[in-house]
Design a protein around this ligand. Structure first.
Ligand code: PAF
Length: 284
């Protein structure tokens, strides 16, 4: 396994690999790798000749006052997990290598990047799309792997790759959960024992919503939002949003009647930690 920091060096390696006909799979990460990342890496390992994991805590996707500085950084643990999983390359650029002085170019996905997390964290998806676009140009992957916990992120990334004709297939992988249902996230490391036990209310509320939809078949989005809110309100320190939206366009919807696939997404704070989670409900 090789660890490379310089974008131009990686780009030359990628060109050679492509020239020799190798399929490249990229798993973009911000490090602090957990079993959710491991599931993406395993899938990439199965489907490609070469697996690249990028590790970069991207300053551009954090707003002032967010956790950029204290975001967990565990480089030794990350490389040993990558080695164990048969990763070929780790790409670890430094911020000044991706964003030199006088950096002016961005990828901005309008509309779907401006609702939900995009509304609470203005500029977040512009930062995500820009760095992922840069990683695609440097690593030149045939496929790139993203977890569905960051559901809106996966929709934003699919959209800009399609709109801007990036020659890469976006592969999304299921949310990996703790035994009690809490979605794995690098930010779970911030939770105190008390916050951790309250955080499970998100998963429980989403399960309750799912069962209600299964049982009733035709319900208003508002009634689902209310059920979730009632189940979280006494446990979360603050609810950021509870949204019911069309799973592909992220348009907000009024009724859940089985006619289309929908996503129910929640963002809430436990202490200072903002957690997100979601469930997908298939149409018939
Ligand atoms: O999901 C993440 O870890 C990040 O948003 C990503 C996709 C690596 C971009 O920085």
């Amino acid at each position: 396994m090789k660890i490379i920091a310089k974008p131009s060096i990686f780009q030359n390696i990628a060109k050679d690999l492509k020239y020799s006909g190798k399929a490249i799979g990229l798993v973009p990460t911000m490090g602090a790798l957990h079993q959710g990342h491991a599931s993406l890496i395993k899938r990439a390992r199965k489907e490609n000749d070469i697996v690249v994991v990028s590790i970069f805590v991207n300053p551009m996707q954090f707003n002032p006052g967010e956790d950029y500085r204290r975001y967990p950084r565990t480089p030794d643990k990350d490389s040993s997990l990558c080695r164990q999983l048969g990763v070929d390359f780790i790409f670890v650029p430094k911020p000044e290598m991706l964003y030199p002085k006088d950096y002016f170019s961005f990828i901005n996905v309008e509309t779907i990047g401006e609702v939900m997390c995009g509304k609470s964290r203005p500029g977040h998806f512009r930062g995500v799309a820009t760095v992922v676009g840069k990683l695609f140009n440097i690593v030149m992957p045939d496929k790139s792997y993203f977890g569905l916990k960051d559901y809106q992120q996966s929709v934003v990334i699919k959209k800009f790759t399609e709109d801007l004709n990036f020659p890469v297939k976006i592969v999304t992988c299921p949310i990996i959960r703790e035994k009690d249902g809490l979605a794995l996230s690098s930010r779970n490391a911030y939770l105190s024992a008390d916050e951790r036990s309250r955080a499970i209310s998100i998963y429980k509320s989403l399960q309750k919503a799912k069962n209600m939809i299964k049982y009733k078949k035709n319900v208003s989005a508002q009634s689902i939002v209310s059920v979730i809110e009632r189940m979280i309100i006494n446990f979360a320190d603050k609810i950021d949003y509870i949204e019911v939206r069309d799973a592909s366009t992220l348009d907000s919807i009024q009724r859940i009647d089985g006619s289309r696939k929908i996503v129910i997404a929640v963002a809430a704070y436990f202490g200072k930690t903002r957690l997100i989670d979601n469930i997908l409900i298939n149409g018939v």
